[in-house]
Ligand binder design. Sequence first.
Ligand code: HCA
Ligand code: CU
Length: 376
Amino acid sequence: MKGIVDSTLREGEQAAHVYFDLTEKLRIIGLLIKVGVDEIELGIAVQNPEINELLREARKLAGCPKLALWCRCLPKDIEETLALSPDVLAFSIPVSDIHIEHKLGRDRTWVMAGARESIQRAKDKSCCYLSLGLEDASRADPDFVEEISCMAEEEGIDRIRFADTVGVMDPVSMFRIITRLRKRFSVDIGVHTHNDFGMASANAVAALKAGADFADVTVSGLGERAGNAALEEVLAFLAKRSGVSRYNLKHLPALAHYVAQAAHIPLSPRRPVVGEDIFTCESGIHIDGLIKNSSNYEPFDPAEVSLKRKIIIGKKAGKNALRHKLSGLGLRVEENHLTGLLTKIREESSRLKVGFTDNELLHFCSSADSKQRTAC
Ligand code: HCA
Ligand code: CU
């Protein structure tokens, strides 16, 4: 694997109702730099009056990675984009018959010629890194995907990007197609995955495992429709399950919260890797396991993503969980009184449909029958 490309500012901002202003974009870039992504897709250059300033200001940020600009494979778009001197030109062309016929009203020959001319034009005008996006590649004839990739390689492309534009792939099919392309091509291979069936992050990981060099992601998977592979899911998986050590996971929640705030889309407390409540535990059996050894029920230490483990005591608590919790709060309850206290807590929690916070628990204990407990 060579890198992760974040497209929150291009694909993410394409999502309906999402708008980032210049200040927000620069703040997002600053946080992406802290996380350590390898490339940032800044946006679509054409008809984007602020892109020049964004590019200029982003470059001033210490540690700024390669900056990519996206455009269609059209002569005017390519020239306008290259005039801004991006590090990476991410130009894209549809390759499925569905798109070729029903979107472009053309045929494969036209697409092949258009892609060839676009690469030649880009190479003629600039020496920046060229990434050719194969839009809707997952629904295209795999032979045509190979044919166009072969032409692109011959013309000197740096990366071909396999786009699962409407998110129809699954990890097994993704692994197979990338394995096939990997065997055939030595240019960089990127993947761009969508989340229509909830598989975007898994598909991105599968592609990397099959030998893809780059995977596109967006913060919290923000993007068209159900979105894209989520930066935090892919990075955490790479870091914790695939031995990739160069990303700093600690900044992921801050980044996700900031993007959520700027996009006006609340971040679910259950959001994998970054949600406030993902390490909150209430069931007695799990708390018991956590007390014995946190790795029993946590895939990694919450502190690695700047989160905290929270133990809630309520309807689902067991004796061990309650004893542990109370002792953490400086309370020691006689063993023979513990069962009675637990029953009361369970009843009350059931009735109110809540689990108790530390303060509520202290209050509960202090108002419980004083005969049944002794405080240290
Ligand atoms: C889109 C296009 C794209 C492009 C991907 C690429 C896609 O629908 O906006 O350039 O590789 O999903 O196909 O994001
Ligand atoms: Cu996309």
